[in-house]
Design a protein around this ligand. Structure first.
Ligand code: GLA
Length: 374
């Protein structure tokens, strides 16, 4: 690239980010994040008046960083991610991504809908996980800035992509509020009946220090039941009471306190990797699902959602790979609170339905609220 053009681009980028700093309501700041083949991956940075910043990229509609203050006002990124596209392209375990068309597992990658059986890629042992071999996390989305600190991303998944029926138009809108909320809203429509389950797959570490495990985080989950799993992490169909088990987080508990208990379910998940059945005032109501806090930094995150389930995954499969420039994410240095429908719902008639039909609009919302404790 000619030098003069490069200088102009740098000057323009500096001006636009300086503008965002002085006037927080300037709207999302767009910058290039990298390239995938011939296409540019863009980053959109949202910023609120307390300095909270969320950076979203068009590859996988991924939240690559989320910077929030601790009890002394010190800002740090609390989601695992990278600042360049390369590690994402090498294969990252869904860091911050929007997962779909069906987040979580479908047994044997197979389901029957309106009398027809569909076969999906089996990319997780015998099962299909997070939309198959090339799910929504590995697709380039388009983005449109919205009024305020918000960006809306769109991906059109073709009929039969990864074996799913119907062309699905999916939207995810990230919106950062001055009330220190990051809301993530999902919408979808389809041309043929299809299962849909969209979720954000951010890994949180509220210490802001990714060399530290999340084991000292304290978690509350407003759920009286969870869905126990078989050896391949498919729900058995039972909704089991959490009372008297290591899955009881109705009162806030340190994650470490029971994670090594001798328990068949913990053994199957290699720790926590299960779906909780959220206690809801009514199906689809927006309600508090979980509260995560880090006593050391005072950072606290409340999770509210319209979704019926919460997959709490304690980062059991993190193993230091892939490594970005200087960043290595080891065992249990991040945890996911994936608000979503229950795993394997297309094969479990007793679970809330995940089938979307033409003419209907899929609509779900999750709101993360950041606070600090003394
Ligand atoms: C989900 C699954 C986990 C694991 C991660 C990605 O949360 O439930 O078992 O596959 O994604 O590594």
């Amino acid at each position: 690239m000619p030098k003069i053009r490069l200088i102009l681009i740098i000057a323009a980028a500096a001006l636009s980010s300086a503008g965002a700093v002085s006037a927080h309501a300037a709207g999302p700041v767009k910058a290039p994040f990298g390239r995938v083949g011939d296409e540019t991956v863009d980053a959109y940075t949202l910023r609120n008046r307390h300095g909270i910043e969320a950076k979203i990229v068009t590859w996988g509609a991924t939240l690559v960083s989320l910077t929030v203050p601790d009890r002394h006002g010190k800002l740090a990124n609390v989601v695992l991610g990278f600042d360049s596209i390369d590690p994402y392209l090498k294969g990252v375990p869904y860091f911050g991504a929007t997962v779909g068309r069906y987040a979580n597992r479908i047994a044997h990658g197979r389901f029957t809908l309106d009398g027809k059986t569909y076969q999906l890629p089996q990319n997780d042992g015998p099962n299909s996980l997070h939309g198959g071999t090339k799910g929504f996390d590995k697709r380039l989305w388009t983005a449109e800035p919205q009024a305020g600190e918000a960006v809306r991303l769109t991906y059109v998944s073709a009929n039969d992509e990864e074996g799913y029926p119907g062309a699905l138009t999916a939207h995810v809108t990230y919106r950062l509020g001055d009330d220190d909320t990051l809301s993530i809203e999902f919408q979808a429509t389809t041309t043929a009946p299809t299962p849909v389950n969209l979720a954000n797959h951010a890994y949180f570490n509220l210490t802001g220090d990714f060399t530290r495990p999340i084991l000292d985080h304290v978690l509350r989950v407003d759920a009286g039941r969870f869905t126990p799993v078989d050896a391949t992490l498919i729900p058995t169909g039972e909704l089991r009471a959490v009372a008297g088990t290591p899955f009881d987080f109705r009162k806030a508990e340190r994650i470490a306190s029971r994670i090594e208990d001798k328990d068949e379910q913990l053994a199957r998940g290699h720790g926590y990797d299960h779906n909780w059945v959220l206690d809801k005032p009514s199906p689809g109501a927006m309600s508090l699902a979980a509260v995560l806090s880090d006593p050391a930094s005072g950072r606290t995150m409340e999770v509210r959602t319209t979704q019926p389930g919460l997959q709490f995954y304690s980062g059991n499969f993190l193993d230091g790979k892939p490594a970005g420039a200087g960043t290595v994410f080891q065992h249990r240095t991040g945890l996911c609170l994936e608000t979503q429908h229950f795993p394997d719902s297309p094969n479990q008639p007793a679970f809330p339905s995940t089938i979307l039909r033409p003419g209907e609009t899929y609509s779900e919302k999750t709101v993360l609220t950041f606070k600090t404790s003394k």
